[in-house]
Every structure is written in structure tokens, then in C-alpha cells.
Design a protein around this ligand. Structure first.
Ligand SMILES: Cc1cc2nc3c(=O)[nH]c(=O)nc-3n(C[C@H](O)[C@H](O)[C@H](O)COP(=O)(O)OP(=O)(O)OC[C@H]3O[C@@H](n4cnc5c(N)ncnc54)[C@H](O)[C@@H]3O)c2cc1C
Length: 172
């Protein structure tokens, strides 16, 4: 599909809208390229909804309580409030903000599961798109040998930070 003169839908298609995919697409668009991001779930990926952000948000109340107790004060974690704060920090699992960010950069968001069907060709739920370059982003986590970890909800072990029952039952 790289023949000279052939018109393509995009200069670049980024498969996977996790944080690295978004940054990659943003940089390409800023460089003047016509870019599309393919995402089958939430734009922002694991880090935004199931890993970095919710895990740090849930660690902070415990740290603050610990700090208060070290200073001879009394404090305890309000679990309901901590979970509500976590939900706020992950935008209630909505990627509407990321959708707006992509649109603001002139990047098309192609929702669905992407599949490479040839050089520069991506198929998304039966629709075919062509591009000069296809960038596949996204990585798979390595799971430590903790019994039951693989079965947890969410794209990876990051599901730990997005589970409601798990944290409630263990007092966060
Ligand atoms: C609990 C936890 C805490 C973490 N904390 C930190 C931290 O503080 N700092 C840090 O730097 N890292 C942290 N990480 C690691 C970080 O979350 C990952 O390194 C990062 O999210 C990986 O990004 P990625 O783009 O490779 O994958 P992802 O974020 O998973 O993005 C890939 C995206 O591609 C989409 N996708 C995949 N295949 C297709 C397809 N065929 N078609 C369409 N879409 C597709 C997926 O739906 C997904 O949205 C943490 C991880 C965990 C589990």
C-alpha cells in the first residue's frame, strides 16, 4: 500500500489509545500529520483508569493518616470518601475528556478493535482504513505469582485499584 500516488485515509494510525498512544498521536498531529487513534476500550488506557491514577489516589489517604498519627493526632481513612475521590480522579470511568482532547488536536478517534490486515491497512470491526504508517502501542504487564491476581477485573493487575469490593472488604 505504499505505492506513490495512492491516497490513504491517514498519514498515521495509532493502534491503542493508552497514555503512550495518545502522546504519540499528539506529537504526530502537532507535526502536521493526519492521525487516527484506534481504541477498543477507554482512551487513556490502563494508567488513567486502572493503574497509576487510582492506585496513587488510594494510597494517599493511608499516607495522610499515617502522617497524622506520627504527629500524635488521631485520624482514620474514610473508605467511602476515598473510593468516591478515586472515582472522581478517574473521571468516573468516562473518557469524554480524552475524546475532546483528541478532537482538539484534529485526531480522529476510531472506536473498536483494530487488526492489521496488511502493510498500512487496519481493519476495525469490518471497516478498513489505510495509512502511511501504523504505530502499535500498548504493553502487557508481567504478573507476579500472587494467587488469584490474574483473575481480577480490569485490563491487568491494575484492576486492584479500580475494584470497589476488594478495597471495602480489606479496609482500603
Ligand atoms: C497498579 C499499577 C500502578 C501503576 N503505576 C504507575 C505509575 O505510577 N507510573 C507509571 O509510569 N506507570 C505505572 N504503571 C504502569 C502503567 O500503567 C503502564 O506502564 C501503562 O499503562 C502501559 O501503557 P500502554 O500504552 O503500554 O498500555 P495500555 O495503557 O494498556 O494502553 C493500550 C491501549 O490499547 C488498547 N488496545 C490494545 N489492543 C487494541 C486493539 N487491537 N484495538 C484497539 N485498541 C487496542 C487497549 O484497550 C488500551 O487502552 C502502573 C501499573 C499498575 C498495574
Amino acid at each position: 500500500m505504499s505505492s506513490i500516488g495512492m491516497s490513504r485515509d491517514y498519514d498515521a494510525i495509532v493502534l491503542g489509545g493508552g497514555a503512550p498512544g495518545e502522546h504519540c498521536a499528539g506529537a504526530l498531529a502537532e507535526g502536521g500529520l493526519r492521525v487516527a487513534v484506534v481504541e477498543r476500550d477507554l482512551v487513556g488506557g490502563e494508567c488513567s483508569y486502572w493503574a497509576c491514577i487510582p492506585s496513587k489516589t488510594l494510597l494517599r489517604p493511608g499516607e495522610a493518616v499515617h502522617g497524622a498519627r506520627e504527629a500524635a493526632a488521631t485520624a482514620r481513612v474514610d473508605i467511602e470518601a476515598a473510593l468516591a475521590w478515586r472515582d472522581f480522579m478517574v473521571s468516573d470511568y468516562s473518557d469524554a475528556g480524552q475524546e475532546r482532547w483528541l478532537a482538539g488536536k484534529g485526531i480522529d478517534l476510531l472506536r473498536g478493535s483494530g487488526r492489521l490486515t496488511g502493510p498500512g491497512m487496519v481493519e476495525i470491526d469490518g471497516m478498513r482504513y489505510s495509512a502511511e504508517h501504523v504505530v502499535a502501542t500498548g504493553s502487557d504487564p508481567i504478573f507476579p505469582s500472587v494467587p488469584g491476581l490474574r483473575g481480577l477485573e480490569g485490563p491487568s493487575g491494575g484492576g486492584l485499584a479500580s475494584q470497589r469490593g476488594w478495597h471495602r472488604s480489606r479496609g482500603a
